[in-house]
Design a protein around this ligand. Structure first.
Ligand code: WT7
Length: 637
């Protein structure tokens, strides 16, 4: 155990005892706690009731009757009080290229964008799909949607045309915003070409707005496509906000589950904004002097909550980083920290593992004197990486917070508080205010006490909780509220140690966490099956030094057709995106199945983990011989 760093005199949480007392109060009366927290936001109309929650119908309501606007809270009120304060710092792909955007400038950009959306006929409740690189236009577009009451659906610009098309269709988005090309490291990504492919023949898509990120010209479809620059230039930099109900949707964000079809996780305006604003303030102990640098892509929930909404709601300048930690060299991340004077660095274990390979040199060559808090998110951080982050990157001076949460939770649920919580390398530590984790055993009973493990569930509700899956509330209720009656099930396993600290042990469902990206094995399997030569496929994860989890696909092909493993990798790349591509494809004569035809993934997982013998009882298999054949084919992988 590492004692917490000294708390700042202006810290939001002065001591661990103060945290514990406040936590106890928040659990005893969550409604009172959140009603008090809500005062940090500007509301156009107060709420009639704080919350309503029915786990049986998965009905979650926060601040019924209240009205507010998320963009107003993130932009307008700060533009009024501190117009010249920096809101966003864009760190462009090229080293040394920065753009500082003040709150007054942000308001003008966002207002122009909002007027453009209105000109295109976008109304409250309409979905707008954003497929953009990490450029300021992405932030403007999201805030503009929030301003006019449109629901943004950001699709990470690493998804393929097919995956983008599915998401556009599911959301029913009539307007798409993209760029001619994206730049990341030494790669150029042909975003507009991908969009053209995705929307070909889709009646629902009426407008495609194209930001000019590079000099490249791209074909423009007359009547449908328009360059963003000139379209914004003709708008007025003033646009009234739409006052939204607290429960009006703010955004949809697609994420993977255990079926082949991605889920459009829906977050609403009041609860989500309050939750990310509040957790940002406590977990990063937000101070007026902070500069926040989160290295995630805005296309994932981390970027939504802790690049955009959380920091801006707190008027803390936030960095939008277009490049990668290793471009043009492995000092890049730390150089950005020094250049912008970042006080908080929020990143992922996978990035740290990649940097660790280059040794301490690229880190030590930089100052990092501005840093005071280091955050980790996305997957379990192993103690070795934690220590490197703490000792080398933070010079042993900075608080490390390992933050556990999910797309569905909206914001951080389990984390240390800097200067407060005793640190435990590898543990996410304590639940935040209002959060009640519990562990369940295989029979669905709660496991009490400390020094126990189980499936991680949450009791009650918190404002940032997802409200539904877009267009499929039954799936929402089934996925999250049916495994353990009365509770939200996270899909993760966890251990509560002797001191009451939580350690997340990883997914217990068919979801893989590859380099911090969430991918369902079923999605990869359905992509593989689309290949004409593939009869059957089973995908499992295995421990991978860099990615955390590597992807192995076992594939059965038609006897009359040949097919190369690279073709199958390409198939997944086209269906989902490069990040979902299996690292290993093994063409096998058959899959281990029970007599009733169920694939025994447990065995396939063990083989991928390098197990050679201990497969348990194979007598239930329809053809036990297949295991030896698969083992032989996997030899040397
Ligand atoms: C899954 C959620 C939360 C934003 C990024 C990922 C894993 C997340 C941690 C952590 C151990 C973590 C869990 C979770 N996860 N943070 N600090 N320690 N595991 O969001 O794509 O919705 O994935 O990421 O398995 O369920 P997501």
């Amino acid at each position: 155990m590492i004692p917490p760093k000294p708390a700042l005199p202006s810290a939001h949480t002065p001591s661990f005892a103060a945290f514990e007392a406040r936590y106890a109060a928040s659990i005893a009366d969550p409604a009172a706690f959140w009603a008090a927290e809500a005062k940090a936001l500007d509301w156009f109309r107060p709420a009639d009731a704080v919350m309503r929650f029915d786990p049986l119908t998965a009905d979650i309501v926060w601040f019924a009757g209240a009205k507010l606007n998320a963009c107003y809270n993130c932009v307008d009120r700060h533009a009024a009080s501190t117009p010249d304060r920096t809101a966003l710092i864009w760190a462009a792909n090229a080293p040394g290229e920065y753009e500082h955007i003040t709150f007054a400038e942000l308001l003008a950009h966002v207002s122009r964008f909002a007027n453009l959306l209105r000109e295109l006929g976008v109304k409250k409740g309409d979905r707008v799909c954003l497929y953009l690189p990490m450029i300021p236009d992405l932030a403007y577009a999201m805030l503009a949607c929030a301003r006019v009451g449109a629901v943004h659906s950001v699709v990470f610009a690493g998804f393929s045309a097919e995956a983008l098309r599915d998401r556009i269709l599911d959301a029913g988005a009539a307007v798409i915003v993209t760029a001619n090309e994206g730049l990341r490291g030494d790669k150029t990504i042909a975003l507009k070409a991908i969009v053209d492919k995705a929307v070909a023949g889709l009646d629902v898509v009426e407008h495609v707005l194209v930001a000019r990120r590079t000099e490249a010209d791209v074909p423009m479809h007359p009547g449908r496509d328009e360059w963003l620059g000139p379209a914004l230039a003709r708008q007025r930099p003033y646009c009234p906000v739409e006052w939204m109900d607290a429960e009006d949707p703010l955004f949809i964000l697609y994420t993977s589950g255990s079926t082949g079809k991605p889920k459009g996780v829906l977050h609403t305006t009041g609860g989500y904004l309050l939750y990310v604003a509040s957790t940002f303030r406590y977990v990063f102990d937000a101070q007026p002097s902070d500069v926040h640098f989160c290295t995630a892509d805005i296309g994932w929930v981390t970027g939504h909550s802790y690049i955009l909404y959380g920091p801006l709601a707190n008027a803390v300048p936030s960095v939008i980083f277009e490049s990668t930690p290793v471009y043009p060299d492995p000092s890049r991340l730390w150089r950005v920290v020094d250049d912008v004077g970042a006080t908080i660095l929020y990143t992922a274990p996978t990035a740290l593992r990649a940097l660790m390979r280059f040794g301490d040199g690229p880190v030590s060559r930089t100052s990092r004197a501005s840093l005071r808090i280091l955050g980790s998110v996305g997957e379990p951080i192993n103690p070795e990486v934690w220590r490197w982050f703490h000792d080398i990157c933070g010079n042993g001076r900075c608080s490390v917070v390992d933050t556990w949460w999910q797309t569905e939770t909206g914001g951080i649920l389990i984390s240390a508080l800097p200067g407060v919580t005793p640190l435990e390398p590898g543990a996410a530590t304590r639940p935040l205010y209002g959060i009640r984790p519990l562990l369940m055993d295989a029979d669905g009973n709660e496991v009490h006490g400390n020094g126990v493990s189980g499936n991680l569930c949450l009791a009650g509700t918190w404002p940032g909780q997802a409200r539904t899956i877009f267009g499929d509330h039954a799936r929402f209720a089934l996925t999250y509220f049916s495994a353990y009656t009365g509770y939200y099930f996270t899909g993760d396993g966890a251990r509560r140690d002797e001191n009451g600290n939580y350690w997340i042990t990883g997914r217990v469902d068919d979801v893989l966490n590859v380099s911090g990206h969430r991918i369902g094995t079923a999605e990869i399997e359905s992509a593989l099956i689309e290949h004409p030569a593939v009869v059957e496929a089973a995908v499992v994860g295995y421990p991978h030094d860099l990615k955390g989890t590597g992807i192995r696909a076992y594939v059965v092909t038609r006897p009359d057709m040949t097919c190369q493993t690279v073709e199958l990798q390409a198939q997944v790349r086209a269906a989902i995106g490069p990040f979902a591509m299996p690292d290993q494809v093994v063409i096998v004569p058959g899959l281990p199945k029970t007599r009733s035809g169920k694939i025994m993934r447990r065995i396939l997982r063990k083989i991928a983990e390098g197990e050679k013998h201990a497969f348990g009882d194979l007598a239930t298999l329809a053809d036990p011989g297949v295991v030896a054949e698969i083992l032989e084919l996997c030899e040397g992988l």
